[in-house]
Ligand binder design. Structure first.
Ligand code: ZN
Length: 129
C-alpha cells in the first residue's frame, strides 16, 4: 500500500446501504481507524468487546438505540457522541423501530498532544471561490 498524495478521498455511498465500512485502507489513515456502521432495527453488535490500547469515539448519525457500557445502559440518538475507554466492555443495539448509523473513530488512548489551536496553521494560500 502506497500513498503519494497529500490527501485521499473515499466514497462509501449512502450510509443507509452499508453494514460496515472500514476507512483505514481506503484513506491511508496513519493515526486513527474510522469505520462507518449501520445496525438494522432490533439488531445489536454481534459481540461485546473492549480494546487493548484504543479508545473509541462513536458519533451517531441517524436512528436511535442503546449503548451497554460496563453494564450501564445509556440511550443514544442522532447527534450523540460517546467516548469509550479501552478497557470498557461495550455493545451497541439499534432501537426496535429504526436502524442505527454511526461512525466509530479509534485512536491510541492518550496520544493526542496537540489539537486545532496548537496544531493549525493559517495559510496565505486560499481558494478563490
Ligand atoms: Zn471496538
Amino acid at each position: 500500500m502506497e500513498n503519494q498524495k497529500n490527501y485521499n478521498v473515499a466514497e462509501i455511498g449512502p450510509l443507509e446501504n452499508i453494514t460496515r465500512v472500514v476507512l483505514r485502507d481506503k484513506l491511508f489513515l496513519t493515526g486513527a481507524e474510522i469505520s462507518a456502521n449501520r445496525i438494522p432495527a432490533g439488531k445489536s453488535s454481534p459481540f461485546a468487546h473492549a480494546h487493548k490500547r484504543n479508545e473509541e469515539i462513536y458519533l451517531i448519525t441517524s436512528g436511535k438505540g442503546l449503548f451497554w457500557l460496563d453494564g450501564t445502559i445509556i440511550p443514544v440518538k442522532e447527534g450523540s457522541a460517546v467516548r469509550v475507554s479501552p478497557s470498557c466492555v461495550r455493545s451497541i443495539k439499534a432501537d426496535e423501530s429504526e436502524a442505527l448509523s454511526y461512525f466509530c473513530v479509534q485512536v491510541d488512548s492518550g496520544s493526542l498532544i496537540q489539537a486545532t489551536r496548537e496544531d493549525g496553521i493559517i495559510s496565505d494560500i486560499k481558494p478563490d471561490w
